[in-house]
Design a protein around this ligand. Structure first.
Ligand code: ZN
Ligand code: ZN
Length: 342
């Protein structure tokens, strides 16, 4: 384990020190994946490669919110140490996805990890899900690769698919090796709400309803007027709606309403993805679901099939959002499924 951590650190340092070339061949400055943003005297946001991290420094220790990927964890630790000598006491996972919990294996040795009950449930079920689903994904990738090799062997897509196939095989292999007792899942879980009282600060973690998954928490620090939404908020970014893990767009909107009603209206809001912003932008994100649902409803009322709706429904006002081309059609399909399920 120490070896892996050392390797990851070495790799991180290598990535930081080697000047990266952009696709056009011109060298550009790369200061590593991290950008640290001070929000208040004690609260910070840390942008890196996965979901946004938040952390709060108190006189009795640090509380961290989310931890991106395993290979970035030592770098995250280093960023926190650059502003305080206080130890990390608690880590809160906003939900179970790997870009928010990947560093758990590193931080669980020094901190108590807190999350909603379903975060632990989904993390422990992950290897079994992979073993159940990966063979189908591998077969699908192999047939697409075979088809491309026959019809379009120069295609750029081919090397991407081969890489994806390799990754999926590796993920399956490690899922087969994984012991449930080795999974660094949260060791302190709650159903509705928990409060941490540390060094004169109160840090609230609360679950409202289903949203991006069925286990999302919002973290609120009233004294600092800072909110971390996890992936309940994608800022200027088309969201991921994880229906397989209990997502619901209706309850997601209700969740946003409850957060807006609860937090100070002048709060700074850390989204799961995108830049730190405010409560008005969070409300605008709810509008995305209202517009999406109205458009899909119209397609259903016009008698369109799921496939036809995915092809026809467009929301031009969101076309500039990150991930529109990749994720918007999927969002339409999911809402179609929600609306046509009994
Ligand atoms: Zn995420
Ligand atoms: Zn997520």
């Amino acid at each position: 384990m120490k070896k892996i951590a050392a390797f990851a650190l070495a790799l991180t340092l290598l990535l930081i020190s080697v000047p990266i070339r952009a696709h056009d061949g011109t060298p550009r400055q790369d200061k590593g994946p991290f950008t640290l943003k001070k929000l208040t005297d004690d609260s910070y946001a840390l942008y890196g490669r996965g979901g946004n991290i938040g952390f709060i420094v108190t006189s009795e220790g640090v509380v961290v919110i989310d931890d991106q990927f395993a290979n970035l964890a030592p770098g995250v630790d280093e960023q926190i140490k650059s502003v305080t000598k206080q130890p990390i006491r608690f880590l809160i996972n906003t939900h179970h996805h790997g870009d928010h919990t990947g560093g758990n294996g590193y931080f669980i040795k020094m901190a108590t990890i807190i999350a909603h009950d379903n975060v632990r449930k989904h993390m422990l079920a992950q290897p079994q899900e992979t073993i159940a689903n990966a063979p189908r994904q591998i077969a699908g990738l192999e047939s697409r690769i075979a088809e491309l090799e026959k019809n379009n062997p120069q295609s750029e897509q081919l090397s991407r698919l081969r890489q994806q196939l390799e990754n999926t095989k590796q993920t399956l292999e490690s899922a087969r090796m994984m012991k449930v007792s080795d999974i660094p899942a949260p060791n302190l879980t709650f159903n509705r709400e928990i409060k941490i009282h540390l060094g004169g600060k109160e840090i609230q973690a609360f679950h409202v309803k289903r949203g991006h998954t069925d286990g999302d928490s919002i973290i609120y620090i009233p004294q600092d007027k800072v909110v971390h939404m996890g992936d309940l908020f994608f800022y200027k970014t088309i969201p991921v709606i994880d229906r397989a893990h209990g997502a619901s767009t209706v309850e997601w909107m209700e969740t946003i309403d409850a957060v807006v009603a609860r937090v100070d209206p002048s709060s700074q809001v850390i989204p799961g993805h995108g830049e730190v912003t405010g409560v008005a932008e969070l409300k605008a994100f709810k509008q995305y679901f209202m517009d999406l649902r109205a458009a899909v409803r119209q397609a259903i009322d016009a008698g369109k099939s799921r496939e036809q709706a995915i092809k026809d429904v467009k929301l031009e006002q969101y076309a500039s959002y990150n991930g529109y081309a990749q994720r918007f059609p999927g969002n339409v399909g999911i809402v179609y499924d929600e609306m046509t399920a009994n």
